[in-house]
Design a binder for this molecule. Structure first.
Ligand SMILES: [Zn+2]
Length: 400
């Protein structure tokens, strides 16, 4: 019987817990290892990975166990923690029907989303509500996301497996290191802690250009490689990016309530922060306007739990359709798959052709519109991508 032994041995013979138990155990399992001997605080993590796991306080206990003198009972699979309560519910947000639908599409199809609007329109609250409508984690995703937290040393020993998708919201003063990871020994950063969940960048134009540029690799590769002396560490980083920003430095460009005091070149520089490669990877760019006073008291707003059910059902449709492709969400469809799964009728095709002309949509932009339209159709339980889905996808792609 081959067993994996994990732990830090102290000078007095005590076994101390180590970071990264979960990914090590998962890797060992692929090599046929079925048993883990670990420090007590790590035994639950190992058991959660499906292996027989034993936790020990000291090296002496290990020896006595192996010699059969004092056998220790295997550690049970830890219970999942209760589902967390989300601080923001969609029902808290008045009006904003289009931004809310954009949020729903982002959650269902895994599309990146940018909210642009003046201060006080609730764009931060909207973005935070994404957490409350993300679909449930399946078992494989839960272990993959938890493994990153294990490497970062953020695991709760009583509940080592995450119950909800991570939602990470680093501040705009966050360093390169904390955002993408690194250090010695290397630790995963926010982009990896958001794996299988969402990364929220509020006031995205306030982040340093260098920090924003580093998002390109995870957005493209769904992983990040950290090079250092003596090798490289690669961490997974597949997240939905949700970002929010003002339309200009003073915040009131295009706002009826107040006049913008910025110079044109200031506005250009400000928006330039997220232009090009980063903006190119954001499928949904949505204006969040000021809500008219009379709409602030509207009744019958949908609660997040209702939206979340619709999102989960749309994910199921995607999963069934994409089963053989290795992809899970519409945002990840290849160009060939867009052709196959997002076919539209001639009338809709001409609507798209017009948009390509009028808005100088690139080939990349064209495919992004179709992926978003596919998700809108999935949320409407439609097998076909309809004219209205494409029209809505075009609406959700305004230029900031
Ligand atoms: Zn301004």
């Amino acid at each position: 019987m081959t067993a994996l032994c994990l732990g830090e041995l102290a000078l007095d013979g005590a076994l101390r817990p180590v970071r990264g138990t979960m990914p090590r155990v998962r890797h060992a399992a692929t090599r046929g290892v079925r048993e883990v001997l670990a420090a007590e605080a790590n035994a639950g993590e190992a058991a959660a990975c499906g292996l027989e796991s034993f936790g020990f306080a000291t090296l002496r206990d290990v020896v006595e166990h192996l010699e059969g003198r004092v056998r220790i009972a295997p550690t049970g699979v830890p219970e999942r923690a209760a589902a967390p309560r989300h601080p923001v519910d969609l029902a808290h947000v008045a009006g904003q029907e289009t931004p809310k639908r954009a949020l729903e599409i982002a959650a269902a199809g895994g599309h990146n989303l940018l909210f642009v609007g003046p201060p006080g329109t609730g764009k931060t609250m909207l973005a935070r509500a994404l957490e409350s409508i993300l679909p449930p984690l399946d078992d494989a995703e839960a272990l993959a996301a938890s493994a990153v937290h294990s490497v970062a040393g953020l695991t709760d020993p009583r509940h080592p497996v995450l119950t909800a998708r991570p939602f990470r919201a680093p501040h705009h003063t966050a360093s390169h290191l904390s955002l993408v990871g690194g250090g010695s020994p290397p630790r995963p950063g926010e982009v990896s802690l958001a794996h299988c969940g969402a990364l929220f960048l509020d006031e995205v134009a306030e982040f340093s250009r260098g920090v924003l540029d580093t998002l390109r690799e995870p957005l493209e590769e769904h992983a990040i490689t950290i090079s250092r002396a003596g090798g490289a560490a690669t961490y997974p980083a597949r997240f939905v990016l949700v970002a929010a920003m003002n339309p200009c430095p003073c915040g009131f460009w295009g706002d009826a309530a107040r006049e913008c005091t910025c110079l044109p070149e200031q506005i250009e520089r400000y928006r330039g922060k997220i232009s090009g490669p980063l903006l190119d990877r954001i499928d949904l760019r949505v204006h969040v306007p000021r809500v008219p006073f009379e709409h602030l008291r509207d009744e019958g707003r949908e609660r997040s739990t209702v939206v979340r059910e619709r999102v989960a059902e749309a994910r199921e449709r995607m999963r069934a359709r994409l089963d053989a492709t290795g992809r899970r969400v519409n945002a990840d469809l290849t160009v060939a798959e867009v052709k196959r799964f997002c076919a539209v009728n001639p009338e809709t095709e001409s609507l798209l052709a017009e948009a390509v002309q009028a808005r100088r949509l690139s080939a990349r932009g064209y495919h992004r519109v179709l992926r978003v339209a596919r998700t809108a159709a999935d949320l409407a339980r439609s097998d076909d991508v309809r004219n209205e889905d494409v029209a809505f996808a075009l609406l959700l792609r305004s230029d900031p």
